[in-house]
Write a protein that binds this ligand. Structure first.
Ligand code: HEM
Length: 129
């Protein structure tokens, strides 16, 4: 398989793992589970999200994406928003209701990023409508 295809599949795998693991931790956060304190649960998201970002950067370099296309800039900004909302959902939210609301918002931003990636448009799923 061509190296670009391998990196793209790894990037997509990291994105799936990031979402799955986020939803799992959000459930634990809303339920007040002590699982969130486990060492591997605290470390794994950093490894997955760093891999997601690094593989995305590698794809952009392989495609000679400079200056960055608008949809990719939108993806990167949205990734930061996803991470910030995720921090409130998992850690900083004062009550279970606040943490649940931020978890839903973070998943909505993830869906936006997915649409921007697949449509190659900052309009995400609305592109071409
Ligand atoms: C939650 C975050 C992200 C998700 C869910 C995501 C998802 C995806 C998906 C599904 C694809 C495949 C699109 C296709 O097959 O046409 C893709 C491609 C790509 N992503 Fe991401 N991505 C994320 C973050 C990033 C970041 C942060 C960067 C850059 C730093 C990035 C750069 C790229 C590039 C350059 C491609 C290749 C597009 C192409 O083949 O034309 N991604 N991404």
């Amino acid at each position: 398989m061509e190296s670009y295809t391998v990196v793209k599949h790894l990037h997509i795998t990291a994105a799936c793992l990031s979402l799955a693991f986020f939803i799992w931790r959000a459930f634990w956060s809303v339920n007040g589970s002590s699982m969130l304190k486990a060492r591997w649960v605290r470390i794994a998201p950093h490894i997955i999200d760093t891999a997601l970002l690094a593989l995305g950067v590698a794809l952009a370099v392989m495609l000679n994406f400079w200056p960055l296309p608008g949809w990719l800039t939108a993806k990167i900004v949205a990734l930061v928003v996803y991470i910030v909302l995720g921090t409130v959902a998992i850690k900083r939210g004062a009550t279970p209701a606040i943490r649940a609301a931020f978890a839903v918002a973070a998943v909505a931003v993830f869906a936006y990023i997915l649409g921007a990636a697949l449509q190659h448009s900052a309009l995400s799923w609305l592109a071409g409508v």
